[in-house]
Ligand binder design. Structure first.
Ligand SMILES: [Zn+2]
Length: 274
């Protein structure tokens, strides 16, 4: 058959402008942990190499303990812009007790006094634990200092945070992970300074296709979503380029301006002054 090469040439020709239009989108990674409490997952040089490979040009750092964040902050980098949150954990077990542990509150105050951070988190809190005085104290501390919160929590806690401080700014880690999309839509509608970070968020894809429900949510709330790698265990680090490729897979099914906003624009606007 002689049509084979001709067809191939035609397809190459058609693909040419598309390939240029599809320069990889820069990504703002709103969920980085460089945890050092159980050993160093990768070196600082490897972190920057992985970010380069993944097309990550901006990061929101939060680590256990905060030394990891400070190490990355102080590393010179022309390609990647960095912003940092103070994390209320020194060791993994703090995840259960941080909000009622005076030592952790003192640690956060000390850490914030360094003047390096724009938020507190990522922290974990669920249900009625958000009604405790201990948690309220952290929300007030953030309010007093004009800081963001990065909360891995359920929808009950989101309501509680905005009751404690209607003016607060919240990154909802994993966008509730499995909270029904209708409820996500409702909360985003009610709280204009709530932002959904999308690592481990279930339901976005059906097979290789973006789900109609999430497509509609992304179009309606295009200025409210952020991507994240969530390098919470060492095994996640070498996978960062693959994780970002996974995001690109469904981002490319959205209108390009919406995809750009979720991949980069929202993080850059909120944290890099763009
Ligand atoms: Zn996390």
């Amino acid at each position: 058959m002689r049509t084979g090469p001709i067809l191939l040439a035609l397809l190459t020709l058609l693909a040419w402008p598309v390939a240029h239009a599809d320069e990889p989108l820069p990504i703002f990674d709103a969920h980085v942990h460089y945890n050092l409490d159980i050993g160093r997952p990768v070196t600082v040089e490897q972190v920057f190499e992985l970010w380069r490979e993944a097309g990550i040009r901006g990061v929101l750092l939060t680590s256990r303990p905060n030394d990891g964040t400070r190490e990355l902050l102080s590393a010179p980098s022309a390609e990647v812009r960095k912003v940092a949150f103070a994390r209320p954990y020194s060791i993994m077990a703090d995840v259960y007790t941080w909000f009622r542990d005076p030592k952790i509150y003192a640690l956060i105050e000390r850490e914030l006094d360094r003047g390096l951070y724009v938020g507190i988190g990522e922290f974990h809190i669920f249900g009625k634990d958000a009604d405790t005085e201990g948690f309220g104290r952290f929300v007030r501390l953030a309010a007093e200092r004009g800081l963001w919160l990065h909360a891995h929590c359920d929808d009950y806690v989101i309501e509680r945070i905005f009751t404690l401080d209607p003016g607060t700014k919240v990154i909802w880690a994993h966008t509730g992970m499995s909270t029904p999309p209708e409820r996500v839509d409702e909360l985003l509608g009610r709280f204009p300074t709530l932002y959904g970070e999308l690592s481990f968020r279930s339901g976005i894809e059906e097979g290789t296709q973006i789900s109609p429900t999430w497509r509609a949510l992304f179009l309606k709330h295009r200025d409210r979503f952020l991507l994240g790698s969530d390098t919470w265990v060492p095994e996640r680090w070498p996978r960062v380029p693959d994780i970002m490729a996974g995001y690109r897979q469904w981002l490319q099914q959205l209108p390009q301006d919406v995809a750009k906003q979720i991949a980069w624009g929202n993080g850059a606007r909120l944290f890099l002054g763009e």
